[in-house]
Design a protein around this ligand. Structure first.
Ligand code: FES
Length: 139
C-alpha cells in the first residue's frame, strides 16, 4: 500500500471511529429526552394514594409513554401525560414553584398541565383516573 492508500485507509478508520464515538455519546441523551415509545395502547396503572404526597409529583409509565400524577396543595389530584407537546421531551416537576419545566426548550406548564410560556402549542394531555380504597387507578 502506498502513502496515498494508507492515508485513505486511515481517513476511513478515523471517520468510522468518530461516528461511533458520536453515536455512543448522544444515544443516552436521546433516550433520556425522548418519549419511551409512541405506543398508543391503553393501559391501566394503579398507584397507592400514599405514594403521592401533597405538593409532589409521581412519574410512571402509561402505555409505553411517560405520565405523571400531581397532588396539588390542598389535596387535589391530576393525572397528565409527561410528554411535552412541543417536540416530545419529558417534562420535569419543579417542586419549589409547583409547575412543570421542559428541559429541551424551556416550555413551562402549570401543575394542571396548562401552558405558561415557551414553545409548547398546547396543554399536557389529561389522563382519566379514579380513586378508591386508597388506590389511584389511571386509565
Ligand atoms: Fe418541550 Fe420543546 S420539547 S419545549
Amino acid at each position: 500500500m502506498d502513502n496515498s492508500g494508507r492515508r485513505t485507509f486511515l481517513g476511513v478508520c478515523l471517520g468510522g471511529l468518530a461516528a461511533a464515538v458520536t453515536a455512543a455519546a448522544t444515544w443516552p441523551v436521546y433516550r433520556y429526552l425522548a418519549p419511551r415509545s409512541t405506543a398508543t395502547t391503553a393501559a391501566r396503572v394503579e398507584i397507592p394514594e400514599k405514594d403521592v404526597p401533597e405538593g409532589e409529583a409521581k412519574f410512571f409509565d402509561f402505555g409505553g409513554a411517560s405520565a405523571v400524577l400531581v397532588r396539588k396543595p390542598g389535596g387535589g389530584l391530576i393525572a397528565l401525560s409527561a410528554v411535552c407537546t412541543h417536540m416530545g421531551c419529558i417534562v420535569q416537576w419543579e417542586k419549589d414553584t409547583q409547575d412543570f419545566l421542559c428541559p429541551c426548550h424551556g416550555g413551562h406548564y402549570t401543575a394542571d398541565g396548562g401552558v405558561i410560556s415557551g414553545p409548547p402549542p398546547k396543554s399536557l394531555a389529561k389522563l382519566p383516573f379514579i380513586v378508591a380504597n386508597g388506590i389511584i387507578t389511571i386509565g
